[in-house]
Design a protein around this ligand. Structure first.
Ligand code: ATP
Ligand code: MG
Length: 548
């Protein structure tokens, strides 16, 4: 059921109510020149969401008119990302390139109507002739070229008789328009370039502004939703469809892009980070790409929820990264089973247990949701995290100190009797005694406040844990004086190569979130190749900018 919850849904509901629209058809039109990012997720959730709510359809159409920047790799990644987000397009995947014949025929029609002409100016002359925001453009000397001559040249452009840039096809609109997009925009240019879908069939390619409205019309799109920067292109969108009256006329509606702080959401910049190997690839878990978020462990429901909370508006704003993190926690809190993992292991010998002691403790996988129990082996040597022991504790430190007591989570209370160090003074082992009367019960004679997580030294599994933080130190890296690449956070990835995890994590799988108790939410890396490599999806609490 489509509810009028934002201005786009209101408008579409009105069109349905008035009978202007019988069935809603939207489309998501990515250009396959990079991987999708979180901004695209907003557009996907809107386009597919509206269609689903209105019991209509949403098409997936690749806007593939720029062959030199596009590739099959991107097409595959994009289709995967859309499905992963939980959406399915109507019918087959579509390509603007499959309309090349029709687009060409419409261009001939425009020429014949006197609405388009072939321009022989050089690219520089065309650029100069366009004028500026404060200066009107100048008519091309070829603007009054006879229809038959334009038609002949256009056919010969198509036949491959001319070099790149020698000629272009332009719409004949108004060189003095206040809207630069209407100053005889280019509709076709020559590019002797193989296309990933059409091969060598074409050496002229239509421009985006020409292709988009016609593709929308050919697919019977009713509402063409796009971002605000296309507002000034709408008059051209409408002009073209008015000149091709045999086509239906979709309604273009613009909404604000999603901008997220502490990151960049521009395919060009993301590609630069990938190409310059400043990150490990398009799916680097620190990137705001959908594939990066997936690899990091962000559940698709969290991303959908995020897009819903961001909402649809007419004015640009910047969304706080903390909101995305909140949505990840919100989802994972209920879905992620608990486990213990020690990132910086410090051996602890429990001196009052026999050497062959092995006791299976039981703990629930989730405190509030029934996920059953897990077995946790308890043995005479365990690991706790180095940060949970302090010889000289700062004020308020509640964990283990020499002579102090702490509870091992899901197990007993231990007391630290001895601290063993190496020649450099580094603590190498703690020798502790277990109070065997404290399994699941607190002592009555004293209060033990601290709780630490732990794993058995002999029964835990070695693992690598990768802890991610924001990729940029600056809230607006792409609006700064310095190049955004100089604002990268040197601590955006911290690797714990010698971590240890409890045995219940042996069968961890990618995209299955776990809460490592006291540490955060983690999931198995999708390129772990049989090893246990965990990515931190998000910390348990928002600690950004606060000393932890
Ligand atoms: P970028 O600016 O990152 O290079 P783009 O707009 O060139 O992206 P397209 O592949 O053309 O990328 O985008 C496909 C659809 O996604 C378009 O309808 C576009 O408006 C929308 N989109 C792209 N970025 C955002 C964003 N940040 N917020 C919302 N929608 C977006
Ligand atoms: Mg684009």
């Amino acid at each position: 059921m489509l509810e009028a919850s934002d201005f786009i849904r209101t408008r579409i509901s009105d069109d349905l109510a008035s009978g202007k629209t019988a069935q809603v058809v939207t489309r998501f039109p990515p250009e396959p020149n990079g991987y999708l990012h979180i901004g695209h997720a907003k557009s996907i959730c809107l386009n597919f969401g509206v269609a689903r709510e209105a019991e209509g359809v949403c098409n997936l159409r690749f806007d593939d008119t720029n062959p030199e920047k596009e590739s099959q790799e991107y097409i595959d990644a994009i289709t995967k990302d859309v499905q992963w987000l939980g959406f399915q397009w109507g019918g087959a995947v579509r390509y603007a390139s499959s309309y090349f014949d029709q687009l060409y025929a419409f261009a001939e029609q425009l020429i014949e109507q006197g609405d388009a002409y072939v321009d022989s100016q050089t690219p520089e002359q065309i650029r100069e002739g366009r004028g500026t925001l404060v200066q009107p453009g100048m008519d091309s000397p070829y603007r009054e070229r006879p229809v038959a001559e334009s038609l002949d040249l256009f056919r010969r452009m198509k036949a491959g008789e001319f070099a790149d840039g020698a000629l272009v096809l332009r719409a004949r609109i108004d060189m003095r328009s206040g809207n630069m997009n209407l100053r005889d925009p280019i509709l076709y240019r020559i590019r002797h370039q193989q296309h990933h879908q059409t091969g060598d069939t074409w050496c002229i390619y239509p421009m985006y502004d020409y292709t988009h409205p016609i593709s929308d019309a050919l697919e019977g799109i009713t509402h063409s939703l796009c971002t605000l920067e296309f507002e000034a292109h709408r008059p051209l969108y409408d002009w073209l469809l008015n000149k091709l009256p045999q086509l239906p006329h979709p309604q273009q509606i613009e909404f604000a892009r999603l901008n997220l702080n502490y990151t960049v959401t521009s395919k060009r910049k993301l590609k630069q980070l990938v190409d310059e190997q400043l990150v490990s690839g398009w799916d680097d878990p620190r990137l705001p790409t959908i594939s990066g978020l997936r690899r990091r462990g962000c559940p698709p429901a969290a991303l959908r929820n995020f897009c819903e909370r961001v909402g649809i508006s007419k004015s640009d704003g910047v969304v706080d990264m903390a909101m995305l993190e909140f949505c990840m926690r919100d989802e994972l809190e209920l879905t992620a089973p608990r486990a213990m993992a020690v990132l910086k292991p410090l051996p602890v010998t429990l001196t009052n247990l026999p050497e062959d002691h092995l006791q299976m403790l039981h703990a629930s996988r989730h405190p509030n949701v029934d996920m059953g129990e897990r077995e946790i082996p308890f043995t005479p040597t365990i690991f706790i995290d180095r940060s949970d022991f302090e010889e000289v504790p700062p004020k308020g430190f509640k964990r283990l100190i020499p002579g102090g007591e702490v509870r091992l989570r899901n197990a007993y209370i231990i007391r630290c009797d001895d601290v063993v160090k190496d020649a450099d003074g580094l603590v190498t082992e703690l020798r502790c005694s277990v109070d065997l009367a404290t399994l699941g019960v607190n002592p009555t004679d004293r209060k033990v406040k601290g709780v630490v997580h732990w794993v058995s030294a002999s029964h835990s599994l070695p693992a690598e844990v990768r802890v991610y933080d924001r990729l940029f130190m600056d809230a607006a890296p792409d609006r700064s004086e310095v190049d955004y690449r100089e604002l990268m956070n040197p601590e955006s990835l911290v690797v714990y190569a010698d971590a240890r995890v409890e045995p219940s994590l042996a069968n961890a799988a990618p995209e299955q979130g776990h809460q490592f108790e006291r540490e955060g939410y983690f999931c198995l890396d999708n390129q772990a190749d049989g090893r246990l490599i965990f990515n931190r999806t998000v910390s348990l609490r928002d600690t950004w900018g606060k000393a932890s």
